[in-house]
Ligand binder design. Structure first.
Ligand SMILES: [Ca+2]
Length: 395
């Protein structure tokens, strides 16, 4: 059995040991940046702090005929632990599930320590790891159009998973977060975006690739795999715009600025996503001076209201003065398009023009379809409405 500290202070020692291990794992994350390791846990440790919970867990394990070793407040389950966890999840009350801690044991290492409830949720999202191992994710493209010129300006790459059903970008990202895999996944998704957009690239248009600043520790190190993927495609840095998502969660603006400077120096464009949705987005615009400002759909959807319209007009004016480009996201109706155009916005994205689809929209097709049927009729065969892309990222 694994030693877990002196008697009388077991809970603290165990938690401390897990914490130390977690910090070690975090430090090693960057080394996992460009590859996914197929690891299997050897066993799990169940940690029941109270005597009553110990008795309950022990009797359930025995009833389920699960073989285990018990020592003090720890139970180790080796074979069939997934079934054991599922069984315990069903049998224990919610407070008991929260109190029972589960750790994974891999060789000499103990990985993480969460409640049974958290661990069971992990089991529900096993599809994520399997899909990552099998490189099963794909990229959909949504055009960003120049409404004045009736042409396709760029495509945003949006992660998708088509398995037993379609998994949206938001759902995939939430799962990556809940499984503590954002860093690894963001890197994977950037490379996938580069690979897929390289296959379909339309010269003269740009490719927007999302990234989460919190997933990049060191831009030079963490971007190496993205640049390597790019070298195998026709994409040049000037064709690519990196789009910062969830910037409001980045408290370290200096870190974000360092990443953005790195992109600029390498010749990439840089966009700030969801501007207007977070409390400090406007401050971010001034701090970071991105090439593109993507106005959030929560503002765009209300642009027919006088105050929102004024905000958009002033932003367009401000952007023009400082050489930034504004992109209106979530354009869904002809009325919105009209107001935006009269407010001085040219670049737009939304279901009115095209839904995300597996293929890029060719500028010729777009122009012809606009002339014939109006923009909204164009991509009926792609995603259904309601698969919101507000958080569809490389996440
Ligand atoms: Ca985006």
């Amino acid at each position: 059995m694994i030693p877990y500290g002196p008697a009388g202070n077991k809970a603290k020692s165990f938690e401390q040991r897990i914490d130390t291990q977690r910090k070690m794992d975090d430090k090693q994350n960057c080394l996992l940046c460009s590859r996914y390791q197929d690891c299997h846990d050897d066993s799990i440790l169940l940690f029941a702090q109270t005597p009553i919970l110990r008795r309950i867990v022990k009797s359930h394990l025995a009833e389920m005929q699960v073989s285990f070793q018990a020592e003090g407040d720890l139970f180790r389950v080796e074979s069939g632990y997934v079934q054991a966890l599922k069984g315990l999840r069903q049998r224990l009350s919610e407070p008991e599930r929260q109190d029972l801690r589960v750790s994974r044991e891999r060789g000499p290492r103990i990985m993480g320590a969460g409640s049974l409830e958290e661990y069971a949720r992990r089991l529900d999202t096993e599809w994520f790891d399997t899909s990552l191992q099998n490189d099963a994710f794909t990229i959909y493209f949504q055009p960003i159009v120049d409404a004045a010129a009736q042409s396709v300006f760029a495509h945003e790459c949006l992660i998708r998973l088509i398995a037993d059903r379609m998994y949206s970008g938001g759902e995939i990202l939430d799962t990556a977060m809940s499984r503590g895999s954002v860093h690894l996944f963001d890197s994977y998704a950037r490379q996938l975006s580069v690979r897929k957009s390289g296959q379909q690239f339309i010269p003269g248009t740009k490719v927007f690739i999302n990234f989460m600043p919190s997933s990049i520790y060191d831009p030079v190190f963490c971007m190496a795999s993205t640049l390597q993927a790019m070298a195998e495609t026709p994409l040049k840095p000037s064709d690519v715009v990196f789009e910062v998502v969830e910037s409001e969660k980045t408290h370290d603006v200096r870190h974000l600025r360092r990443i953005c400077e790195y992109y600029r120096n390498e010749g990439f464009g840089f966009a700030l996503d969801d501007v207007g949705s977070g409390s400090n987005s406007l401050q971010m615009v001034c701090d970071l001076k991105p090439d593109y400002v993507k106005l959030d759909k929560s503002i765009i959807s209300r642009v027919s209201e006088p105050m929102y319209r004024t905000v958009v007009e002033k932003l367009a004016e401000f952007a023009g003065e400082y050489g930034l480009h504004v992109i209106a996201e979530g354009v869904e109706t002809a009325a919105t398009l009209e107001v935006l155009q009269s407010s001085g916005i040219r670049l737009m994205q939304g279901y009115y023009f095209a839904k995300p689809a597996p293929e890029m929209t060719s500028p010729d097709t777009f122009r012809a379809a606009s002339a014939e049927t109006g923009p909204g009729k164009r991509r009926e065969n792609s995603e259904s409405r309601g698969t919101s892309d507000a958080r569809a990222v490389s996440a």
